[in-house]
Design a protein around this ligand. Sequence first.
Ligand code: ADP
Ligand code: ADP
Length: 229
Amino acid sequence: EGTIRFKDVEFHYDADRPILKGVDFDVPAGKTIAIVGPSGAGKSTISRLLFRFYDVTGGAVEIDGQDVRDVTQESVRHAIGMVPQDTVLFNDTIAYNIGYGRPDASDDEVREAARMAQIHDFIENLPQGYQSEVGERGLKLSGGEKQRVAIARTILKAPPILILDEATSALDTHTEREIQSALDQVSKNRTTLVIAHRLSTVVNADQIIVLEAGEIAERGTHSELLAND
Ligand code: ADP
Ligand code: ADP
């Protein structure tokens, strides 16, 4: 479960300006694909089409062999978890922020997800900038800690498909390394689409696509792409 297929996908936001031109790839269940390319190449657009925020203007996007236009948007979004570049937190405890996508989750399940993402020490705290009714001040979370909240949320949601959108780009090198191991954990055995600027951040992807101006310029493994340079 979690197979992704882009079949000759064409897409434009404005009819006079094509954004994706014949983008074609397959991701088998449990494998990782990385989409690498410069800003504006169309990388985020690919994740928006997968989420069905927009529909393709040519070709098709399929999940598990089914055209995403033939299933409800809600079920598409349930199948996909996302760790965005910048996580915005709700005005509530870290535990609430981890569990909000799974109202049925027990406290123990929330704690276990927090432990796996290594933020369990302060899940009863509020994020900074928020104030509780009793006047307690919020805890300042670093960019890396906010990422961990998003990772814990995704661990708890356990979707078959995971999108990591430049998930470590806003972090310093040390934090990036720490987060990477949490991300490796959550993407293990799960179909994963990684969006990144640099080839160096996607060494372990099963398949890498280099996107330039909406077209696949190159594809291969990390070592194959390095050999071509
Ligand atoms: P990337 O993720 O590779 O930086 P995007 O997929 O975000 O690229 O954007 C690809 C192109 O589509 C860019 O030129 C961008 O300006 C344009 N674009 C993105 N979103 C919209 C939108 N909502 N309306 C019109 N153009 C957009
Ligand atoms: P659910 O369907 O589980 O109740 P949502 O529909 O709120 O959750 O979101 C489904 C997934 O889509 C979540 O992993 C969330 O992070 C992601 N998501 C929601 N809104 C956006 C957005 N505007 N851009 C990118 N990802 C989003």
